[in-house]
Ligand binder design. Structure first.
Ligand SMILES: Nc1ncnc2c1ncn2[C@@H]1O[C@H](COP(=O)(O)OP(=O)(O)OP(=O)(O)O)[C@@H](O)[C@H]1O
Length: 293
């Protein structure tokens, strides 16, 4: 089971600060969504509203068609994992797992054991005595084993080393394939995780910059390489993200959807076309003044 998300003109204010500013967004559900944005762009605020940790200041929030705030049915089906497991500080790892098992209707005990082994979690230790990376691994274990129809990971792997992070990505993909649900993952490690996402949502200053399939976004970035004057002629009038020159050879990165005809024309002109990292597109999309988007 997967939960959908519907947001209309959502705003969240903390006193004078507007964290979310008239955000509208539709997530059909049953996919892995990547939530990207610069520091302070509103990612945690948005996820906190979805997980009913905060009430919106204005606008409509519907999860599976219902307002999630103080809504037991939706809250039991939503799991929100942040970069800490603060609720369990005074318990042992084993007790934290037992507690989650009692609370979570879709909890899978065997899978939880598998994850404890994978991340080598010391079950007898107090949560407060775990290293930073181990706390994150406990959060990941709770988040995956609860199999919540709406599962949210907010920068949940901070402190985890690269092998542990890659183990998390592998687990997420294989478990999601067997147990489809709605998963939202916020991250700054764009290049490392973008292959997990089916759709990407980008926020900036509390507003929606982009929501589209990751393949569509990837197709918008093209690098054009060849003799400088041919590259210049070919890319004139396009949105240029950056350029490099070595002798008479020039490589220009453009933000533009190239259709088949344009690709054929480029090759006929002796130009080479290449892919652009999603991270470069993200930097571009969150750097431009709004009026230019
Ligand atoms: N509890 C709070 N009280 C006051 N302002 C807050 C609070 N939490 C967040 N903010 C502000 O709201 C805005 C959005 O913050 P938020 O934490 O949602 O961003 P973020 O995209 O998750 O950032 P980061 O990537 O740095 O974690 C920021 O201006 C932040 O300073």
């Amino acid at each position: 089971m997967s939960l959908s998300v519907h947001l209309r003109d959502l705003s969240l204010r903390y006193g004078e600060t507007t964290a979310l500013d008239g955000l509208s967004l539709e997530l059909a559900g049953g996919k892995v969504y990547g939530l990207l944005g610069r520091n302070g762009s509103g990612k945690t605020s948005l996820l906190s509203v979805l997980a009913a940790r905060r009430r919106a200041s204005a606008g409509t929030v519907l999860v599976d068609g219902e307002d999630p705030f103080e809504n037991t049915r939706i809250m039991r089906r939503t799991c929100f994992i942040r970069d800490e497991v603060d609720a369990y500080e005074q318990t042992s790892v084993r007790q934290a797992l037992r507690f989650a098992a009692r609370l979570r209707p879709h909890w899978d005990e065997d899978y939880a054991h598998h994850l404890v082994d994978t991340f080598k979690l010391p079950v007898k230790k107090k949560v407060s005595a775990l290293s930073r990376g181990m706390k994150s691994a406990l959060g990941i274990t709770l988040g995956l084993a609860c199999r919540a129809p709406l599962t949210i990971f907010d920068e949940s792997y901070l402190g985890m080393d690269a092998p542990s992070r890659y183990a998390f990505y592998d687990e997420l993909l294989s478990d999601y394939a067997e147990n489809p649900r709605t998963i939202i993952l916020s991250t700054h490690l764009i290049e490392e995780v973008n292959s997990l996402f089916e759709e990407i949502v980008i926020l900036d200053n509390g507003r929606l910059v982009l929501h589209e399939e990751v393949d569509t976004l990837r197709a918008r970035g093209v690098s054009v390489t060849g003799p400088a004057e041919v590259v210049d002629r070919f890319t004139a009038g396009l949105t240029v993200l950056g350029e490099q020159r070595l002798g008479n050879t020039k490589a220009v990165t453009v933000y533009e959807r190239f259709d088949d005809a344009r690709r054929r024309a480029a090759r006929a002109a002796g130009l080479e076309l290449g892919a652009v990292p999603v991270q470069d597109l993200f930097v571009h999309l969150t750097r431009q003044p709004e009026a230019q988007r």
